[in-house]
Design a protein around this ligand. Structure first.
Ligand code: GLC
Length: 742
């Protein structure tokens, strides 16, 4: 780890010495307190945080988001608790604190790690100014099934793109070193395999063979470690029958022994106590023993460590050294963060920081670069700014919540510019009518809504009111020159506890879309959503479709920037869009099998409809066109362990400046194991003026050409022949070959 800290240069030895000095003065109870993170939610049972802190029973607090409260709790810890050790305040700052950025899945669609790094740096600056030291992000779970609600929080289906985004998030949150001013400690979560639950059913058990773990689900976590992430969060679910929060293979063998991780692991919320619920631990005592033994340093909110660890030491089941080993990295993070010297937060700082104009400018730019143009028949887009009468229709068109999206910071008040507001600002002289149409809502409210969101208790719209709203929306569209439909999902339809079986547009949105299209005027569909949607009808019948995701505080302006041509969209899909939810999991990096597409024995896999993607991984259009040519490989043959350079030329063959994301895919044609027909192993987003050509360069070496082998039970690089493709999405056709020899 870097020797720089919040209070200046400290060598590893000096940090270790400081930690030992602190540790040597702690009682067993005080050490257990450092391993305990308590929840600040009012409805949680048991003693209040103030009491637990005063008695030295907590080293960290979460689910508090108020600077005055942070300082009040810190004062108790620093001035009244037996150890006087300051608290570490953690919170989910996933895509912005007060300035909200596009959801992580959207920012992954930019295929621009610098966008992600800059966004998380702004989020960190605002969060740190509020008094937050530690964010529970980045979420780096690979998701190949869009029915899983938490797909919104990650970077999609691909480990190579996911690893690049994970590293960028860690850099953004933490800055150049842990303790850097205006930055926070990051937390790679949820370790590991959480996104692979059957059917996308959140929290359900996961079964992953080691080859999938090693080649697909672990690389983004490894990238986070390599980027210097300070903490990890162990996941809830059973992984191959062993809960991730009691899983020695993950937490000790992989994370510490193989990867050399020196930070600390916090469990997911209540996950230590849940080891009993999952049928893994006999009781709380057993849960505490097995979680700590497996490598969970800090118990988030279940208070299981607080209740049982001291007893486990006193009866000899655990040793004091077991406890000390868990406490050390937590104290080291507090030393690096300078909490002993600066435990309190200036209560005037937050409002100064969140008012910085560059924050909203960064949010607008991130949203612009995240958008993906899915269709533009007849060049309907960009729209003319001389339009006199536009209708904006749909339940999300003026929704701040839907524009900011899933995983808002606890206690946040939405502040987004909506799509309607963005269009009205872009066309100040035009008539811009609006009608929401029928409301959309989840069939089953989530636990969070029922317990934490008063608006969820609002009575559903009656069928009569919905029908009236439907007719009003169609009537509003009837006389407009152009109709912009803003459809998709509400913020609570994706995220935690937000899985769904279908990927269709919820409610009567598709019906409304069809009724508006039937009016025979130009229609643009803008999607606000946190996951792929099976918009099959729209894909055939709506001339222009813009995937805007959940674009954040400046989302409305960014959508208008793209719709009216001030910005040429250049995003690409980080995840496959299937034609049906029941086709999931559907991902591009599949093995060939004995019956691949194009083979005489090809079997269409379902007789009730081909599961071909609606939109493939890496896909996205532009207002201009590009040509990718002249694929060159520096050598047709290379020895195992050596690298080759791959180059290709990309030309803007259209009339306006635009971005292209040049992608490189490989396929190992034979070897220790069958390998996916395509795997992303390089990408670069370039901006080109009309007629301009750029040569992009990639490197293929052991890291890209090797894989974890089921057959060999370890990482291997085979002597083998590889297909290489370079193009604008996962269907790239520009091809070359490379032979790797012993
Ligand atoms: C939640 C989530 C996790 C989050 C934690 C604290 O249940 O699974 O992502 O960081 O609890 O809010």
């Amino acid at each position: 780890m870097d020797s720089r800290t919040n209070t200046g240069e400290l060598s590893e030895a000096e940090i270790a010495a400081r930690v030992e000095a602190i540790l040597s003065k702690l009682s067993l109870a005080e050490k257990v307190g450092q391993l305990t993170q308590i929840g600040g939610l009012a409805f949680l049972p048991g003693p209040k945080p103030e009491e637990i802190i005063r008695q030295g029973g907590a080293g960290s607090v979460l689910w508090v988001n108020d600077t005055k409260t942070f300082n009040a709790l810190q004062k108790i810890a620093v001035e009244e608790s037996p150890s006087r050790i300051p608290l570490l305040f953690g919170l989910d700052v996933i895509h912005g604190y007060r300035t909200i950025f596009p959801v992580p899945l959207a920012m992954a669609a930019s295929w621009d790690p610098s966008v992600v790094e800059r966004a998380q740096a702004v989020a960190a600056k605002e969060a740190r100014a509020a008094g937050i030291h530690w964010t529970f992000g980045p979420m780096v779970d690979i998701a190949r099934d869009a029915r899983w609600g938490r797909i919104v929080e990650g970077a999609g289906e691909d480990p190579y793109l996911g690893a690049a985004i994970a590293a960028a998030q860690v850099r953004g949150f933490q800055g150049p070193y842990i303790g850097a001013p205006d930055h926070v400690v990051a937390c790679a979560k949820h370790f590991a395999g959480y996104g692979a639950a059957d059917g996308g059913r959140d929290y359900d058990p996961v079964y992953l063979p080691e080859t999938l773990l090693r080649n697909v689900y672990l690389p983004p976590f490894k990238a986070a470690v390599d980027a210097g992430v300070g903490t990890f969060m162990s996941a809830y679910m059973d992984l191959n029958d062993v809960p991730a929060s009691g899983n020695r293979f993950l937490l000790r063998q992989v994370l510490r022994e193989e990867w050399g991780f020196k930070g600390f692991v916090v469990s997911d919320a209540f996950a230590v106590g849940s080891l009993v619920t999952q049928g893994f631990a006999r009781d709380g005592r057993d849960a505490a023993f097995r979680a700590l033994s497996a490598g969970v340093n800090m118990d988030m909110a279940s208070n299981t460590y607080l209740q049982h660890l001291a007893g486990l030491v006193e009866d000899g089941t655990l040793t004091v050294e077991d406890i000390d080993e868990a406490v050390r990295p937590i104290l080291a993070i507090k030393v690096r963060m300078g909490l002993f010297e600066h435990p309190y937060t200036d209560e005037s700082k937050l409002e100064q920081v969140v008012a910085l104009p560059e924050h909203r400018a960064e949010a607008r730019r991130a949203a612009q670069r995240s958008m993906v143009l899915l269709r533009n028949e007849g060049g309907l887009l960009p729209l003319s700014k001389s339009l006199k009468h536009v209708a904006v229709i749909g339940p999300l068109a003026d929704s701040q919540e839907a524009t900011e999206g899933s995983w808002m910071v606890f206690g946040h008040t939405p502040n987004a510019v909506t799509v309607l507001e963005g269009i009205r600002a872009k066309l100040p002289e035009a008539r811009v009518d609006y009608a929401p149409g029928p409301e959309i809502r989840r069939d089953i409210p989530s636990w969070f809504e029922a317990n934490m969101d008063p608006t969820a208790k609002k009575a559903p719209q009656s069928p009569e009111a919905a029908e009236a709203a439907f007719q009003t929306a169609v009537a509003t569209a009837r006389d407009a020159e152009v109709v912009v439909m803003v459809l998709g999902e509400t913020a609570d339809m994706a995220g935690e506890a937000a899985s769904r079986a279908s990927l269709d547009l919820p409610g009567r949105q598709e019906e409304l879309l069809q009724a508006v299209v039937a009016l025979g005027k130009p229609v643009v569909l803008v999607l606000l959503n946190g996951r792929p949607l099976s918009i099959n009808w729209a894909a055939e019948n709506v001339p222009a479709i813009l995937e805007a995701w959940e674009p954040g505080s400046e989302g409305g302006h960014a959508v208008a920037d793209v719709l009216f041509g001030d910005v040429n969209p250049g995003g690409k899909l980080p995840v496959t869009f299937p034609r049906k939810g029941s086709h999931e999991p559907l991902y591009y990096a599949r093995n060939l099998t004995h019956s691949p597409e194009g083979h005489p024995m090809y079997n269409p896999r379902y007789w009730d409809g081909l599961p071909t993607p609606l939109y493939p991984f890496g896909f996205g259009l532009s207002y201009t066109t590009f040509a990718i040519t002249n694929l060159q490989v520096s050598a047709p043959q290379v020895k195992i362990g050596d690298a080759v350079t791959v180059t290709a030329d990309v030309t803007n063959t259209g009339a306006v400046e635009g971005d292209e994301v040049v992608q490189l895919y490989i396929h190992q044609k034979a070897g220790s194991d069958s390998r996916p027909m395509r795997e992303l192993k390089g990408f670069e987003r370039v901006t080109l003026k009309p007629g301009e050509t750029r040569t992009v360069t990639f490197t293929l070496g052991p890291a890209e050409l090797g894989h974890w082998s089921t057959n060999a039970g370890k990482w291997v690089q085979d002597a083998a022949t590889f297909d290489i493709w370079v193009g604008a999405d996962s269907r790239a056709t520009l091809h070359a070959e490379l032979t790797v020899v012993c």
